[in-house]
Design a protein around this ligand. Sequence first.
Ligand code: HEM
Length: 142
Amino acid sequence: MTAPRTPYEILGEEGIRELTHTFYDIMDRLPEAAPLRAMHAEDLSPMKEKLAEYLIGWMGGPPLYAQKYGSVCMTTPHEPYHIGPEERDQWLLCMNRALEETGASEELVEMLTIPLFRIADAVRNREGPSSATTDPNIIAAS
Ligand code: HEM
């Protein structure tokens, strides 16, 4: 048997849906991801569906998101949000935990680590923290 070439071949559509649901459930309960959670609507079910459709295509399966929404560009839908390194890292933390919780193999984690960082960093649209998380009363002490 030949080795699987894409994450889609390893997980299948159901596995990617499970990963996505777990991702948002983790975002919903992880204190470190609270600022990321607060950026999202109260009901995460529409996002579970959208991200699953997106990732199914991105991981090498049928392009469900592209067929439905006509684009796979992730820059435009994220424009309204402040996404700096902290938000990016919270997103990646939830995704890494979701891979762990769903029992992803070492092979799969290895396949995904760099591409996931690249896509999350591509969605980033700021250099630093949001003003809400910057305490204006802190005087730079060096
Ligand atoms: C890097 C940090 C990220 C942050 C802070 C972030 C945040 C958000 C927020 C706040 C929304 C709107 C949710 C809502 O309407 O309730 C959204 C939408 C979305 N995000 Fe992200 N996101 C990030 C990364 C990513 C990445 C890496 C992907 C893909 C792999 C992704 C895929 C999506 C999709 C598919 C949507 C729905 C867009 C649509 O309306 O069609 N996000 N994101």
